[in-house]
Write a new protein. Sequence first.
Length: 190
Amino acid sequence: MRVVIGYESMYGNTRRVAEAVAAGFAPGHDLRIEPIANVDPTDPDLDVLVIGVPTHAHGLPRPSSRRAAADGARTKQDVHQLEPSADAPGVREWLERLPDQVTFNSAAFDTRFRPPGWLVGHPARRISRVLHRHGATVLAPPASFFIDKHEELVTGELERAQEWGSHLCRLAERDQPSRRRGPQDAARQL
């Protein structure tokens, strides 16, 4: 199974969650973790795509919110190291160039503060809806992994992300036989 975990990350939290999700996938799968700007949505061999994004201003990051995050990397209380891909196009731009029809399984997660999603935003929902509208099979409801007021991951979130990755792997493996059959095989089963 070919699995890509694409992420957008400013301070490294979303990347770290993506790496933990990847650790939950069983060995033996062709698995890559990379910035979303490097992910080809038209790759015909892609079986599973997991997308991770930080929450900016109640939604998906945009150029202005990325600039604000970069400007805020150093404050009196906190110093954050910017990710090398922080200035690259992100998930918002990637979704805009998504082809009309995709055939992969998908899942989405975000990193955000703990209050309810309706209060602080839950952009993974939007990602899942867009992927579904374009034909992707959404494996699981969108997930959130929490950060604290210093914009660091809350204790236990990486372990929770790895468990979620294992869950996604089981769901995707269960779906693989039906995805690998061609149209002729599917017609024969009817």
